[in-house]
Write a protein that binds this ligand. Structure first.
Ligand SMILES: [Zn+2]
Length: 265
């Protein structure tokens, strides 16, 4: 099953980033281009302070990032992510806060920029343009297989969304071309999602290795949750393949900056 891509590269104020025409709310999927960080592995739009960058560089990069959304860092919400399925509903009183052990945000309030950090994991932005609800989820393989996407959809529905109105954009992430995993990975996905699912999305390669596709896994779980095929778009670009454009944890063996995806009403 091939999902719509609908992503396009855009530029504003010196930043190069992706957007999806599947979403109507202001949003951004950053690349590594357009920031002030100078060290080669952080160059140039590193957006997290835990990568050994200078604080003033990260602050300036975040200022540029939020400016593309017509906002500022005082209205920005971020998290230290732990590959969980914990999603926080935030409101304007949370503006400017950093949370710990959270892997997603959902809000109904205007003016609060919700974000997730990525460097191979899948950034998932959701929007119900009818009820005016937005979400940002971080989905690595563990969060993906644990069902963070479906959990996000459940929260939208609990806030009044009609499932037919929810639109989803899965941004640049590592794809099956590069995402080699061990047998333990297969066993984990098997225990979380069952044999049919793990056989479909974790493929055996050479020398006992397995390859997986987290974007496809998330799409499958979103369809199971009731999201319509037409309302899902998936960026086909692989963060591990294109090191000039993206930070990749896998390609850099962990010596890399961090990108973010964010959305605001
Ligand atoms: Zn690749």
């Amino acid at each position: 099953m091939t999902f719509k891509d609908e992503f396009y590269l855009d530029e504003k104020d010196g930043l190069t980033f992706f957007r999806s025409s599947n979403l109507s709310a202001k949003h951004i999927f950053s690349t590594r281009l357009g920031g002030v960080s100078t060290e080669s592995h952080l160059s140039s739009l590193n957006l997290n302070s835990d990568r050994g960058d200078r604080d003033e560089n990260v602050a300036e990069n975040l200022r540029r990032f939020t400016r593309v959304l017509g906002s500022d860092t005082d209205h920005f919400v971020s998290a230290s992510q732990v590959h969980s399925t914990d999603i926080r509903i935030v409101d304007i009183s949370d503006a400017g806060r950093h949370f710990y052990a959270i892997d997603g945000f959902i809000t109904r309030e205007k003016g609060i920029v919700i974000s997730v950090s990525i460097a191979d994991c899948a950034p998932i932005l959701l929007e119900d343009p009818n009820r005016r609800i937005i979400g940002a989820l971080h989905a690595g393989w563990r969060g993906t297989a644990s069902g963070i996407a479906a959990k996000g959809v459940d929260i939208f529905r609990s806030l009044g969304s009609d499932i037919r109105d929810i639109r989803v954009a899965i941004g640049p992430c590592i794809h099956a071309c590069c995402y080699e995993v061990g047998a333990d990975f297969y066993e984990s996905v098997l225990s979380l999602q069952g044999e049919k699912f793990s056989n479909k999305y974790v493929k055996a390669g050479k020398n006992g290795a397995f390859y997986t596709d987290i974007a496809a896994m998330n799409c499958s779980l979103l369809l199971d949750a009731g999201i319509s095929f037409e309302n899902i778009s998936v960026c086909s670009r692989c963060t591990c393949c294109e090191n000039e454009l993206f930070f990749s944890h896998r390609a850099s063996h962990g010596l890399r900056g961090t990108m973010k995806a964010a959305i605001v009403l």
